[in-house]
Design a protein around this ligand. Structure first.
Ligand code: MN
Length: 155
């Protein structure tokens, strides 16, 4: 009888600058044409025995994530720096350790301040739908709210 060997290390040590042993720093999106700027993604936990994945995203100063919505939820904890997020028709300021819930089918986007990065943990379902991007009509509705327009314009 052979013992199953697990590929999962019980401990992966944190390294400087929000890196971790055995975790690759990847570009945010691969072949997607979705607009985003200056983001890296690190998958911290991803295992078939879990229903979720925990990722660490870092947006460089002045960068932003894709404006999108989808059926799956996001549970986010800010870890580093500061910035703002758009959730539906509201803009919120973000500080370390803040918790952000993105409900299904809610437009969302994260934006780092010009002077500092924005780093956050994001918990998602392992099986999840593909994000939807806003069409012209969706964008017109979003831009109609002054606070949202300022956010989308990069302040
Ligand atoms: Mn999303």
């Amino acid at each position: 009888m052979t013992e199953e060997t697990s590929a999962v290390m019980p401990l992966r040590k944190a390294a400087p600058s929000f890196a971790w042993e055995g975790v690759d720093r990847l570009p945010y999106k691969e072949a997607d044409a979705a607009p985003f700027k200056a983001i890296s993604r690190q998958t911290l936990f991803s295992d078939a025995r879990l229903n979720g994945e925990l990722r660490y995203f870092e947006i460089e100063p002045g960068g932003f994530s894709t404006l999108e919505r989808h059926a799956h939820m996001h549970a986010v904890m800010i870890l580093r720096g500061g910035g703002h997020c758009l959730i539906g028709a509201s803009v919120h300021e973000l500080s370390p350790r803040d918790l952000v819930t993105i409900e299904p089918w809610t437009w969302h986007q994260f934006r780092a301040r010009r002077e500092e990065p924005l780093g956050f943990l994001c918990l998602v379902n392992s099986a999840r739908d593909k994000p939807q991007l806003p069409n012209a009509e969706d964008l017109a509705l979003l831009w109609a709210t002054p606070a949202v327009a300022q956010f989308l314009d990069g302040f």
